[in-house]
Design a protein around this ligand. Structure first.
Ligand SMILES: Cc1cc2nc3c(=O)[nH]c(=O)nc-3n(C[C@H](O)[C@H](O)[C@H](O)COP(=O)(O)OP(=O)(O)OC[C@H]3O[C@@H](n4cnc5c(N)ncnc54)[C@H](O)[C@@H]3O)c2cc1C
Length: 378
């Protein structure tokens, strides 16, 4: 009997899951993939918008181009989810699938840091990154502070990448001597699971004159005085504040009762939730891995393995492997690579490959390969 599988969210997790199901069991499933947007965009494309290297349409991979047997994409907004009945209401209709997968990612709470919405800018949303480009084009001199406002946040090295790319951007414009760049973090080192990667980043910061302020918690922004205030009463003056906003589950997930302690708890092996036939993958979960696309897709592969074995009534599904590579932009087209392993039940490891031009080509291939895997006919 054909299984109706409803996937909410067509990001890294939703796209990986739908393409795996299509590749393996297209004739035995009817997969409906829902997203409120018309196109997927890689998280790292936000830097292209921020630094004016590309437009919104340049970085968009349109869902209408998906050609995957057994998969139908629908552009709809999810309005409510009832995990006990698996009933989902969108702005277009109601669904009652056999299997429900929630892959709705993480949202931002701009108001939980007082003063941030008025006194800061951000590059963590696509609109924010685009708006920031205009602000940067007006910037002539002064102190730029990048502040991480909460944990967990997507792609732990991204704030460091922003600092190093900012250095490059200001240098190209001839105004680097007139500006300072600081990164304020709650962590002692930039990427705690990767001491090697952190050492390389801090070495590059020294080379580029970027200040790293460790173990510092920003609690609010004073837009009038242009000061970030810390939990210990410290004051960090800025001319331009770029904040990594506090993350949270989307409101529709919050209202569904699926989340506990902020995120959706899941079984480490197959990403099932406590509700029968309801799974969750990616940033929306509290799975033991960083919030990054590579882990969202690795979790989606584990769900696919379980569903494929269930549908075929055979096979031993491989559980969530917790492995993923993360490319880190060092500026000047140099890219480093963190080889992270968050295998459940073991201490995380994340050895680092030094930044090189060769890795820039590899990162390009990472995007091309996913575009092919997620969008084109088998
Ligand atoms: C600056 C920056 C750089 C990054 N660089 C990297 C990197 O180099 N490598 C990496 O692996 N990760 C990177 N990331 C992180 C990565 O983008 C995310 O972790 C990843 O997208 C998470 O995948 P996901 O499937 O869980 O959620 P998402 O990809 O966020 O997908 C969730 C989808 O749900 C949809 N949605 C949400 N609510 C609704 C609703 N109510 N109705 C319908 N649809 C809805 C959204 O439109 C979205 O398409 C970066 C992030 C940032 C901010």
């Amino acid at each position: 009997m054909t299984k109706n599988i409803l996937i909410l969210g067509a990001g890294f997790g939703g796209l990986e899951l739908s393409s795996r199901l299509s590749a393996e069991v297209a004739d035995e499933v009817r997969v409906t993939l829902i997203d409120k947007n018309e196109a997927f965009k890689f998280g790292f494309s936000k830097f292209d918008l921020m630094f004016g290297r590309a437009s919104m349409s340049d970085i968009s991979l349109y869902y209408r181009d998906i050609v995957k047997p057994g998969v139908e994409f629908r552009q709809e907004t999810v309005l409510s989810i009832d995990p006990s009945t698996k009933r989902v209401t969108t702005d277009a209709r109601t669904y009652e699938p056999d299997i429900l997968v929630v892959a709705l990612g993480a949202d931002y709470d701009f108001h939980s840091t007082p003063g941030f919405a008025d006194g800061g800018h951000e590059f963590y949303s696509f609109d924010g990154a685009l708006a920031l480009n205009e602000v940067l084009n007006e910037f002539k001199s002064g102190s730029i502070v990048i502040g991480i406002l909460g944990q967990p946040y997507k792609c732990p090295p991204a704030p460091c990448e922003a600092a190093m790319l900012l250095h490059e951007w200001l240098t190209e414009r001839g105004i680097r001597p007139d500006a300072s760049i600081s990164l304020v973090s709650q962590w002692a080192i930039p990427v705690p699971p990767s001491p090697d990667g952190s050492k390389a980043i801090l070495g590059r910061f020294d080379e580029l004159g970027i200040t790293y302020m460790p173990n510092t918690v920003i609690t609010s922004i004073d837009p009038e005085r242009k000061i970030a205030l810390t939990d210990e009463g410290g004051e960090i003056p800025f001319d331009l504040f770029l904040g990594i906003p506090v993350h949270r589950v989307p409101a529709v997930v919050e209202a569904s009762g699926l989340a506990e302690g902020g995120w959706i708890p899941v079984d480490d092996r197959n990403l099932s939730t406590r509700f029968p036939d309801v799974y969750a993958v990616g940033d929306v979960t509290s799975a033991p891995a960083p919030k990054a696309g590579v882990f969202a897709e690795s979790e989606a592969r584990a769900v696919a393995e379980y569903l494929i074995a269930e549908i075929r009534g055979a096979g031993s599904p491989i559980p969530f492997q917790g492995a993923g590579v993360c490319y880190v932009e060092f500026g000047d087209n140099l890219i480093g690579k963190v080889n992270a392993n968050f295998l459940p039940g073991q201490s995380p490891t994340a050895p680092f490959d030094d930044a090189s031009l060769e890795l820039a080509a590899e990162k390009g291939e990472f995007a091309t390969e996913r575009k092919r895997r997620w969008f084109t006919a088998p």
